[in-house]
Design a protein. Sequence first.
Lengths: 258, 259
Amino acid sequence: MIELVRETYRYRELIWALALKELKIRYKRSVLGFLWALLNPAFTMLVLTLVFSTLMRFPIPHYAIFLLSVLLPWTFFSQSLSYAVESIVTNGDLIKKVAVPKVVFPMAAIVSNIINLLLSLIPLALLVPLMRHPFYWTWLYLPVPLLALIIFTLGMTFFFAAANVYYRDVSHILQVVLSAWFYVTPIIYSLDFIPQKHQWIFKLNPIIYVINGFRLAVYYGKLPKAPSIIASFVCAFISLLIGYAIFRKYQDDFVFYV
Amino acid sequence: MFEPEMSSTAVTIRLENVTQRFRVIQERPDTLRELFSKFFRHQSSYHDFDAVKNVSLEVPPGQMLGIVGRNGSGKSTLLKVIAGVYRPTAGTVEVHGTLAPLIELGAGFHHELTGRENILLNGLLMGYSKREMLEREQRIIDFAEIGDFIDSPVKQYSSGMYMRLAFSVATEVDPQILVIDEILAVGDAGFQQKCFERIRNFKSAGKTIVLVTHDMSQIEEHCDRAILIEKGSIMADGPAAEVAELYRSSIALEVVGAH
């Protein structure tokens, strides 16, 4: 684990450059360029707001904010995974020709998606006053669930990126897992909708604690209780420990399979 | 990337009993379906093959070593072991000093990025810092003779420009060790001339160079020493001219034998 921190620090410039490269390529040849990182969530928000305030009415006030407060971190999670799962394989040519630490590739995928997530919070921050939803001071708490989310996502990306080197099915399986995971996580609904006696099943979902932190801070203006915060970091570090251990064990063999 | 180690030993590269094994998979189970069907049929569909077999080698600082051998003899694998791309199956590899790999020109280049962006990215990939790369940027551009194209995406470059830039990046970073695979066979005569001039400067600056090539005249002209690799083992090790001659005659023998 210390090794991971050291490598990250040592190769921070490379990770940053690779992340910027990814963003540049993603927005290259588009007239609006980087603006798309803002416009994309903005348009999603517009559609969601229209749909849920006119067509489908949930008994939740300001549903768009209720939804977006966790949809944006979820999007970060699922997009990071979708990008990072291929990161070793797509950089295969490079890995075969230059001695480069393999961790930089999934890391770069995460960093580029962190930038996207932060940018997408700007339109959300604009939407809150626009819908006359209170702007809570608890927004200041967001770096905490953000950190837990990044650590959790990092562990998962290490695992999936490594597994995908050996079996390319993994990237397809991941998509299935992600879409199922989306529905068992209280994103479009609230955990309160679930009967009390079944709630424990939902609480086995490791991402629920971190997601909860985002929603409480942005929508309810509250801070999560200590056990929930602890649970979010425990899940995050378990994910990182397992994911990184597996990645590290196999990283020297990636070059033979890419 | 190897740690640049400070050491008083009189070698820059030391390989001890290095073996690089590849698992050659006849029908590689690429998907889970294939894996399962293999599993139930209890077939082993691979064999192990040693591309480099028990090789020990020491290269003193300032030496220019040539590696010769037929296609598939294991030259390039050996070079990649030295460059740290492969971690050997057995044996130890020590490299003292910063190493620049010229295994394929422009391996780290991305087509959508400009020349300038690629210079930075490539340098970072080789383990240099951003500051070091920015300091050298102008010299890299000048040597490569890219001119105003430096701010265009490299996909618009001619292959000559592309190679000049790649060579320039790899050598301008001032490595202590340079490993070169075959790449000098490409490019026009003027560019080749320039490359070799730079390599001569490297040599006179006391740097260590390992060169893989099929061109025996390059070996004779530039190398101090050469090794002949056959089926993953060192068959001959000695002065460049002698090993080049040996290689020529072994090829000639084979050609005669074939007729």
